[in-house]
Design a protein. Structure first.
Length: 308
């Protein structure tokens, strides 16, 4: 079926009380794994592509692969630019078939973030492309962080309300204490659910949670068993994800868990079969590992059976 916009997918998710996973891809195997998982779970999926992935794989290749996957698939898919900061790249994505764009101005001051977001909305609207913005900075909440430091990087509910009204974005990524990568916390997980509640009460568009990988112990142990060095890696527990969805999160970004699954499976092949040199037999198990991880995420997010 044709690619959908995130506005379409997330409006249904918000109404239905579930979240759609945005899964980052860099190559064919990862894309195949995401789509295969969606087919198995009858779940929608957002194919997320970073600026780094575009540089690695090439914009025409990515667009062609995702369009082909969507045309052959029975589940709704969107093609989303994740953490877009370069206006030239954003413009190219809008012109070349992306159905959703994230403009990440979270590193800017509030007014500057709002101004660049408004500019991207104007560019995207002409092509019917959805826009996601981010307010606040992702940084795991540590136990000894002061109140003033905490407020400096978490999303302010009142500011979020003003931001959404003035920019007219389709979705807003908020900071409630998650962080990117495999090392999210030094101590206990401490997400600000009260802040999420207040933002959800003030804002009537889908809310997005970045930095939400769980770094599952089984996946981590397998990767480390076959040579990966990931001391202290720690992610978001499943119970925290369920709570976030119940309080209004409609889109959840996952990248780290896919990487860990992929490299664990590949390392196992290379360790146990050093004579193997067929890329298909090396990358294939990585693809299967990602498929299993994505299926588990879809069930966790409540999107299984929601393909429409």
């Amino acid at each position: 079926m044709p690619l959908r916009t995130n506005h379409e997918l997330l409006t249904l998710a918000k109404r239905g009380g579930y979240a759609v996973g945005a899964f980052n891809t860099n190559n064919l195997e990862i894309l195949q794994a995401i789509v295969s998982a969606g087919e198995a779970e009858k779940s929608p999926a957002i194919i997320a592509v970073s600026e780094g992935a575009i540089q690695y794989a090439g914009l025409p290749f990515i667009v062609s692969m995702v369009r082909t996957a969507s045309d052959q698939s029975s589940i709704p898919l969107s093609l989303h630019l994740d953490h877009g900061k370069d206006l030239d790249i954003i413009g190219s994505c809008v012109e070349n078939g992306f159905t959703s764009i994230m403009i990440d101005g979270s590193h800017l001051k509030f007014q500057e973030n709002m101004a660049i977001t408004q500019k991207v909305v104007q560019i995207a609207r002409k092509k019917g492309v959805s826009v996601e913005a981010e307010l606040g900075r992702l940084k795991g909440i540590e136990e000894k962080v002061s109140v003033s430091e905490r407020e400096a990087f978490l999303t302010d509910p009142q500011a979020a309300e003003e931001f959404v009204k003035k920019t007219e974005v389709d979705a807003l990524a908020i900071a409630i204490g998650t962080s990117h990568g495999a090392y999210k916390f030094k101590g206990e997980v401490n997400l600000d659910f009260e802040r999420l509640k207040e933002i959800a009460q003030r804002i009537d568009i889908p809310l997005v949670l970045h930095g939400a990988s769980g770094v599952p112990q089984s996946v981590l142990e397998k990767a480390e068993r076959f040579g990966a060095k990931l001391p202290g890696a720690k992610g978001i527990p499943d119970d925290a994800i369920r709570m976030a969805v119940s309080l209004g999160i409609s889109k959840i970004n996952i990248d780290t868990d896919l990487r860990l699954s992929f490299i664990g499976a590949i390392r196992e092949v290379l360790t146990n079969k050093p004579e193997e040199f067929d890329p298909r037999k090396i990358l294939g198990p990585g693809r299967e590992a990602i498929r299993q991880t994505v299926q588990a995420k879809m069930r966790l997010f409540g999107s299984s059976g929601k393909a429409a």
